[in-house]
Design a protein around this ligand. Structure first.
Ligand code: ACO
Length: 322
């Protein structure tokens, strides 16, 4: 039986940092409101001329270096993002060209905040099926370019960044279990009304921001993520006490605390980046994973549960040994 295993991780965060105090000057909000409701203290924002592919390339270089692989060995590229450079060509092909990776399947997956979990799960299947041996998997967003900076309900939540992993075939797991889900009935609670179909655009223009019913999203996220985490452990026959780390989607500290509580996991076993990164959508899980690995908390052989929830709604988990 062939498994997949993470061989290296990397991250990139834009240089520009926007604190809650900076936001107080932009919209009617306070540092106190943002911190207590979300846990966010600051977030990184791309420059106007900086793109999702720019961030992917930097994060990927670091993951490639850490994994000690040659770009010529990479035979699959999957990028989870909802803020690609262009509608097409897909951002994975742009990254492929810029990194000099030889011809191979390269595509992006749009599953909102669950994009990286969808991408990693797909790469795992390719490797298990013998279709790939060394995959570059990235979660990346320049979501602050999509944000309406006059809407205090949403602009305080988000940040930009990219997290990358090199996933290699291995005789030892590696990835133990993956679970993906989606339920399209919730579209109206969270969406971005711009795409190829102009008639669906907000007020019939290209002017748009993220449309979000925050407290409704919150309730479904808490319930779903609790179920996702339990399902991941149950189906692998693993007791929650065996879990070393939870690496959750960093949407809101209160959602993360609720999931940890449901798992009976102390917050010391949760990798938290929401305070420094905000909600970076598809980038949030790989960014947090890289932070936890590089600061030495997550050690080789440890059991890690990653989970995410986002627009769609979509959700998913990956249970693995590092
Ligand atoms: N500063 C000050 N006041 C604000 C702000 C702000 N930035 N934003 C909203 N408010 C006000 C609202 O207008 C409202 O005022 P009102 O009562 O006079 O109408 C009040 O604060 C309370 O708003 P609520 O929506 O009840 O606040 P809540 O405690 O639910 O927190 C939040 C809002 C943070 C958005 C929360 O619901 C949340 O995190 N939801 C999840 C949303 C999310 O994570 N979306 C990202 C994508 S999905 C995902 O990643 C899981």
């Amino acid at each position: 039986m062939m498994y997949s295993r993470i061989a290296g991780t990397g991250r990139y965060l834009p240089e520009k940092v926007l604190t809650n105090f900076d936001l107080e000057k932009i919209v009617d909000t306070t540092d106190e409101w943002i911190r207590t409701r979300t846990g966010v203290e600051r977030r990184h924002c791309v420059r106007e001329d900086e793109t999702t592919s720019d961030m992917c390339v930097e994060a990927a270089k670091r993951a490639i270096q850490k994994a000690d692989v040659d770009v010529a060995d990479i035979d699959l590229i999957i990028i989870g993002t909802t803020s690609p450079d262009l509608i097409f060509p897909n951002v994975a092909t742009i990254v492929q060209h810029r990194l000099g990776i030889p011809a191979c399947p390269a595509f992006s997956i749009e599953a909102a905040c669950t994009g990286f979990i969808y991408a990693l799960t797909t790469a795992d299947k390719f490797i298990k099926a013998g279709e790939a041996k060394c995959a570059l998997v990235v979660g990346a967003e320049c979501i602050t370019k999509l944000v309406d900076w006059t809407d205090r309900n949403t602009c305080v939540l988000f940040g930009d960044g990219a997290g990358a992993v090199i996933l290699k075939s291995s005789e030892q797991p590696g990835i133990i279990g993956t679970h993906l889900g989606a339920d399209g009935q919730y579209k109206e609670l969270l969406y971005y009304p711009v795409g190829a179909s102009k008639e669906l655009h907000k007020a019939g223009t290209d002017e748009a921001g993220i449309v979000m019913a925050g407290s409704e999203v919150f309730k479904v996220a808490v319930k779903t993520l609790g179920n996702v985490a339990s399902q991941a452990l149950e189906s692998a026959g693993i007791d929650q006490s065996e879990l070393d780390w939870l690496v959750p989607h960093q949407a809101n500290i209160r959602i993360i605390q609720a999931t940890a509580k449901r798992l009976g996991l102390p917050m010391e076993k949760v990798i938290l980046t929401v305070q420094d990164h905000g909600n970076t959508s598809a980038a949030s899980v790989p960014l947090a994973l890289d932070v936890g690995i590089r600061d030495g908390r997550i050690q080789p052989g440890q059991l890690v549960l990653m989970e995410a929830f986002g627009g769609g709604f979509t959700w998913g988990s990956v249970l693995m040994r590092l």
